[in-house]
Ligand binder design. Structure first.
Ligand code: ZN
Length: 107
């Protein structure tokens, strides 16, 4: 299983927020209970993290009405990475990917 971060934007209006929430509710309560919403901070996006086999499978979990605008990204680190996790991740990047190359923050 691979972890993916799904980001789904919507227009910045109360009508759009309500329409988006209704779409997620119709798709299943799972989306409402597992999605993070930025609307109250005037950041009109929803985020989901899912553990699936590939990007296509991750995209298929997005409610159909929002699927075309979803950004699906592989998510390689845990939300609270340990030093060991970061070291393993850096090693998996291979040579030439030193810290500060713009991928990882410098510790
Ligand atoms: Zn919103």
């Amino acid at each position: 299983m691979t972890r993916f971060l799904i980001e789904i934007p919507h227009e910045a209006s109360k009508t759009s927020c309500m329409r988006e929430l209704d779409a997620y509710l119709q798709a299943g309560a799972h989306y409402l209970t597992n999605a993070e919403w930025g609307c109250l901070a005037n950041d009109h996006r929803a985020w989901l993290t899912v553990d699936v086999s590939n990007e296509i499978e991750a995209r298929m979990l997005v409610p159909p009405v929002a699927r075309h605008k979803a950004a699906v990204r592989r998510y390689d680190l845990n939300a609270n990475p340990s030093t060991q996790t970061i070291a393993s991740f850096k090693k998996s990047l291979g040579p030439g990917q030193e810290a500060g190359a713009g991928i990882l923050p410098t510790l």
